[in-house]
Design a protein. Structure first.
Length: 497
């Protein structure tokens, strides 16, 4: 890592202002690296260096964007998106980790690894194109923000349900940055498309027709790269990591690949490709092999998560050609069967005593989904109802559908006056899915006048709650709903006897 923090002449792009600012950013990171090794002043010095790096990064991005505007550079909007993601999401998340872990060695390594790697890759990739005037190709397939949000929530939900960890998305423009000791898993699938105007993932497949107008069969590749920091896998398999050996290292890679396959298969279950999918190959890559593959990709999703146990990256791309790498094939045939037999004993996903107790307790709790665009309302509902119910939140209709798919709630509390997609539209979305039609919905509303109530009741919800009610009244109404629901279930059961 130390070498990656030093400026190299090859990083110069030929624009004096931008090159000077890049050198300054490298200088700050190098100082931070030095401070991190000096125990007696590391906390104070690191905190000041991080603040300086953040402030200077903001200034640099503004200067760089102003320059691109002045030359009418075609890739300006892509640069802005990448800058915004790093400035407004990645840096604050890294700083929170530093504060949370009291500037521990691992959190400093994360900060330096992500920032230095991001800076190098951005300079050698996107920034070099400013001079040539070429557009940014690497990110041209990246899907819109609203789709990124849904996928990010889905992955976070999967990681939580599978491994009992609390992931936070810190980047949806993950640029291949190195963080700690990672295990790089590459899964390749054939995607066979036959119908016209259909795509495995939106925006990726183009309709092709024969001279007579019939659709030609099209075959694409789906490529997933999942990266686990070693601590995540180690926390899953438990104390075996205390023994340092070649056998343990091999087990870590195999377990990571198994985990990667489970995640990918579940994602495809929630977002099924429109075509036949066939597994082609699974590889474990070195970081250098990953970099070579990454340079050739134009990803649709490229996300970095902080799980609390280590960092995790999720990348997806579709292509007609693949960058070949001599990665180590990990799980095929007998090896896969052996890992599947081994995982329940070794990983303790569901058997660990504390986790099992927590899971059992959670299973006895009714599940609530609060859908409201207000962070304050969501937090208030979680605080009010969290002791007695398992409370999830969503801030939009799309997020609500994603949450319902991942974990079916017993009751939905739905804001009636949301902007863009209001409560009526969200309820229609829920009712349009056959498996969701019987989920009870109670409207949350700011309006208690007769006309507003009449409109809400016309949609046939289970009821409505006025937000101005006292917290005790809201809690009482939710409790009463479940009491009536439980009583009705018992009556149905008795009637059948």
């Amino acid at each position: 890592m130390e070498n990656r923090l030093l400026w190299k002449d090859s990083y110069n792009i030929g624009i004096d202002l931008i090159d000077r600012e890049h050198k300054k950013l490298f200088h700050i990171l190098h100082k931070l690296f030095d401070f991190g090794r000096q125990e007696e002043k590391s906390h104070w010095a690191c905190r000041e260096a991080v603040k300086f790096f953040k402030d200077y990064t903001r200034e640099h991005f503004a200067d760089e964007e102003t320059y691109m505007e002045s030359i009418r550079y075609e890739g300006l909007e892509t640069h802005k998106r990448i800058h915004t993601n790093f400035r407004d999401r990645t840096l604050p998340a890294l700083e929170k980790e530093l504060e949370r872990d009291n500037y521990s060695k691992r959190s400093v390594v994360h900060f330096l690894g992500v920032c230095a790697s991001w800076l190098v890759s951005h300079i050698l990739g996107e920034d070099q194109l400013i001079v040539s005037g070429e557009p940014v190709v690497h990110w041209q397939q990246l899907l819109p923000e609203e789709k990124q949000i849904v996928m990010g929530q889905t992955i976070a939900g999967l990681l939580h349900s599978m491994f009992q960890i609390e992931p936070r998305l810190i980047s949806n423009c993950y640029g291949g940055e190195r963080f700690g000791d990672g295990i790089y898993c590459r899964l390749i699938y054939h995607l066979k498309l036959q119908a016209p105007n259909e795509a495995a993932l939106e925006g990726t497949a183009q309709e092709r027709t024969a001279p007579d107008g019939t659709a030609l069969e099209e075959k694409k590749k789906l490529e997933f790269i999942l990266i686990f920091e070693e601590q995540i896998v180690a926390s899953v398999i438990g104390s075996v990591i205390d023994v340092q050996s070649e056998a343990v290292n091999n087990m870590l890679v195999k377990v990571a690949m198994y985990m990667a396959r489970q995640i990918v298969e579940r994602v495809m279950r929630y977002f099924p490709p429109l075509g036949q999918v066939e597994g082609e190959e699974e590889q474990g890559l070195t970081y250098e092999q990953f970099q070579r593959v990454w340079e050739k990709q134009s990803p649709q999703f490229s996300m970095l998560f902080d799980t609390g146990e280590g960092y995790f990256a999720y990348c997806v791309a579709t292509t007609n050609t693949l960058q070949n790498e001599d990665g180590v094939s990990i799980l095929t045939g007998r090896a896969m069967a052996e890992i599947e037999k081994h995982m329940p004993r070794t990983c303790d996903w569901q058997e660990n005593g504390k986790r099992q107790m927590a899971q059992k307790e959670a299973e006895n709790k009714k599940k609530l989904l609060v859908v409201d665009d207000s962070d304050f309302v969501c937090m208030a509902m979680q605080k009010l109802l969290g002791d007695d119910y398992e409370v999830a939140t969503a801030k939009s209709g799309l997020s609500a559908i994603s949450s319902i798919t991942l974990a079916r709630p017993d009751l939905i509390l739905l804001d009636y006056e949301m902007p863009v997609c209001n409560g009526r539209q969200v309820l229609e979305m829920i009712r349009s899915e056959q498996e969701f039609t019987d989920i009870p919905v109670i409207f949350l509303t700011n309006k208690a006048d007769q006309e507003s109530v009449r409109k809400a009741i016309a949609l046939k919800p289970e009821g409505y709650l006025v937000k101005s009610l006292s917290t005790e009244s809201v809690k009482k109404e939710v409790d009463l709903f479940f009491e009536r629901s439980s009583l009705g279930t018992k009556r149905e059961q008795n009637a059948k006897l």
